[in-house]
Ligand binder design. Sequence first.
Ligand code: RP5
Length: 162
Amino acid sequence: MNEKVGVIMGSSSDWETMKHTCDILDELQVPYEKKVVSAHRTPDLMFEYASSARTRGIQVIIAGAGGAAHLPGMVASKTTLPVIGVPIQSKALNGIDSLLSIVQMPSGVPVATVAIGKAGATNAGLLAAQMLAMTDQTLALNLDQRRQETKAKVLESNGDLL
Ligand code: RP5
């Protein structure tokens, strides 16, 4: 199966968060690849990954990074594929450093930044799926179904208030 989403992260220590992105893609049966690509430790690999992604068939890149989180922005500088940045919840500054590093891109090189940590990683998977669903009716129906299930769970949760 041709991978459509590239899930990359700055370190294997980010996997605990980024696995939530992959869980969503697995659930929705979106083909993806996953890889550790570091802006600071493997810059040449990062450039190679970003500049070859489109020709390899990747349609969306999701990049998770923490601390001085340059990975999403630097990847975005080397491709016009949409890049979604996931701020990892760092230990020193609780992910505020990651968030600000990723979100505050200069005009001209966009990164779609999601929330810090697990919620952001989950939403990154969903957002990538929603982008692909613009031209994939089956995926769009699966996303609709998921929304219905989410709604049902919320309505059922009223029983927990008793
Ligand atoms: C960043 O540095 C990574 O994205 C990670 O969140 C952070 C710490 O990496 P490790 O020291 O745990 O490998 O590049």
